[in-house]
Design a protein. Structure first.
Length: 208
C-alpha cells in the first residue's frame, strides 16, 4: 500500500503541542462544491455517504502529514556546497537542527538575504515555504471523520492542544469556549458562528 504524504501548516504554539505529544487532533474546514457535495478529483460524495471521508484532501488512516512551520536555514560553510549539512532554526521553540540536503534541491529555495550563507540569516521564512526536507515533524493519521465544528467535545479540545494556545484557561467557562477562542484567533472573529463542516483528523507523532 502506498503511503500518501501531505503538507500541513501549524502555528508556533501548535508545533510545540505536537512536539510534546499533547496535540493529537486537528480540524480543517471542508470545501463543498456548488451542489453541497464533497469532491476529490473526478469523484464526489454526498455528505450522508459513509465513504465521504475518502474526499479528505489530507489523506486517510495510515497516511502521513509533514509539518510546515516558520523557520530559517543556512549553510555554515559554503566552499563545498551540497556536501555539508544545512542548519535549520525553528521559530516555535528556537531549536536548531542540522539536516543533510542534496545540492540540486537546495539552491532553488535560497533567498537574496541568504546569499552569503556564512552566517545565519535574520529574516524568518513563512511556514508555507517550508520544503519537505526541512520539515522536522511527521504525523501518522489514525482516523478521519466529518463533523460540525461546534460538535467538538471537551476531551477533543484538549487533543487540539488548547493548553498551548497561550491563554489562561481558568478564565473560560469551558474547554469548548477556550477552543472557540483558539479557532477564531486563526480563522477570524465570529468564524465559529457558522458552525462549518470540518475534517476531524486524528494522528500520532512518529518523529522526532
Amino acid at each position: 500500500m502506498t503511503i500518501k504524504e501531505t503538507a500541513i501548516l501549524f502555528s508556533g504554539p501548535m508545533v510545540r503541542a505536537n512536539l510534546n505529544r499533547e496535540k493529537t487532533q486537528t480540524r480543517r474546514i471542508c470545501k463543498l462544491d456548488d451542489n453541497g457535495r464533497l469532491r476529490k478529483g473526478k469523484k464526489c460524495w454526498h455528505l450522508e455517504d459513509p465513504e465521504a471521508v475518502k474526499a479528505c484532501p489530507y489523506g486517510q488512516a495510515g497516511d502521513r502529514l509533514w509539518v510546515r512551520e516558520t523557520h530559517r536555514y543556512w549553510w555554515p560553510e559554503w566552499p563545498s556546497p551540497g556536501y555539508l549539512p544545512c542548519r535549520v532554526r525553528y521559530r516555535a521553540d528556537d531549536a536548531v537542527v542540522a539536516l543533510p540536503i542534496d545540492w540540486e534541491e537546495g539552491p532553488q529555495f535560497l533567498t537574496p538575504e541568504d546569499a552569503g550563507l556564512d552566517k545565519e540569516p535574520i529574516k524568518w521564512r513563512p511556514s508555507i515555504f517550508t520544503p519537505r526536507w526541512a520539515s522536522r515533524i511527521t504525523l501518522e493519521i489514525t482516523d478521519v471523520r466529518l463533523q460540525q465544528l461546534q460538535d467538538i467535545s471537551g476531551p477533543d479540545c484538549w487533543a487540539e492542544g488548547i493548553a498551548y494556545a497561550g491563554w489562561d484557561l481558568e478564565r473560560y467557562g469551558s474547554t469548548v469556549e477556550c477552543y472557540r477562542d483558539l479557532w477564531e484567533s486563526i480563522h477570524g472573529p465570529r468564524s465559529w458562528d457558522p458552525n462549518q463542516l470540518v475534517w476531524r483528523i486524528s494522528y500520532c507523532l512518529i518523529t522526532p
